[in-house]
Ligand binder design. Structure first.
Ligand SMILES: *[C@@H]1O[C@H](CO)[C@@H](O)[C@H](O)[C@H]1NC(C)=O
Ligand SMILES: *[C@@H]1O[C@H](CO)[C@@H](O)[C@H](O)[C@H]1NC(C)=O
Ligand SMILES: *[C@@H]1O[C@H](CO)[C@@H](O)[C@H](O)[C@H]1NC(C)=O
Length: 180
């Protein structure tokens, strides 16, 4: 038999877990996180960035009710098709840009730091930021047997999106859309 007080506690716990499951009262917030190549001390480094603004509920035609994040100050877009087993070599980001890898397996290393590497799988978690326009650069290879397709979208000259640096190294997450 439950006492009356334990029933009250049980229903309070149930209500609060229901509330958090349904995100009632703004308890949880969803952010976009992305592995980011930054210029650092004359070379490149990997960091995990979180866009400062959370995703919000879209009111846009065709996506009303979905979660969206507006990323602005973008200049243009280049659609790139990279053959299987391709070596990009050591280079700088040609512009500070978003790179949305749509397919393929991408291996990024930093020649000056043997411990730094990122593996990116094209697809739903395929968005990175490449901002290392100066310094000794990074090395990108595409070792897979399928072509890599990517959209490279530079920011307007000099623009850096508002962000929080979560930690050094690539993002260690299963989904780059993160609810906290
Ligand atoms: C910056 O790089 C130089 C040589 O490349 C190194 O001697 C120095 O320790 C580095 N500084 C930091 C803060 O990593
Ligand atoms: C770039 O990466 C490729 C593939 O891992 C490797 O074979 C090559 O030696 C690297 N180049 C440099 C300069 O680190
Ligand atoms: C795309 O935007 C970048 C950054 O503003 C600029 O440097 C580049 O020239 C633009 N490319 C074209 C083809 O307009």
């Amino acid at each position: 038999m439950f006492s009356k007080s334990s029933l009250v506690i049980a229903s309070t716990v149930l209500l609060s877990s229901l509330a958090s499951a349904l995100s009632i009262g703004g308890r949880s917030t969803t952010y976009l996180e992305a592995t980011t190549l930054v210029p650092k001390n004359g070379t490149s480094a990997l960091e995990c960035w979180r866009f400062a603004s959370p995703l919000s509920t879209s009111a846009g035609a065709g996506t009303a009710g979905a979660s969206t994040l507006v990323i602005d100050n973008l200049a243009n877009a280049t659609y790139t098709v990279i053959p299987p087993r391709f070596e990009g070599g050591v280079h700088n980001a040609p512009h500070a840009q978003l790179v949305a890898f749509l397919s393929g397996t991408i291996h990024i290393t930093i020649p000056t730091d043997p411990s730094a590497e990122a593996w990116v799988q094209g697809g739903i978690n395929g968005l990175i930021l490449a901002l290392d326009t100066t310094g000794s650069g990074h090395n990108t290879s595409y070792p897979g047997n399928v072509e890599t397709r990517a959209l490279q979208i530079p920011f307007d000259e000099g623009f850096v999106p508002d962000h929080v640096v979560l930690y050094e190294g690539p993002c260690q997450i299963h989904s780059q859309v993160v609810t906290i």
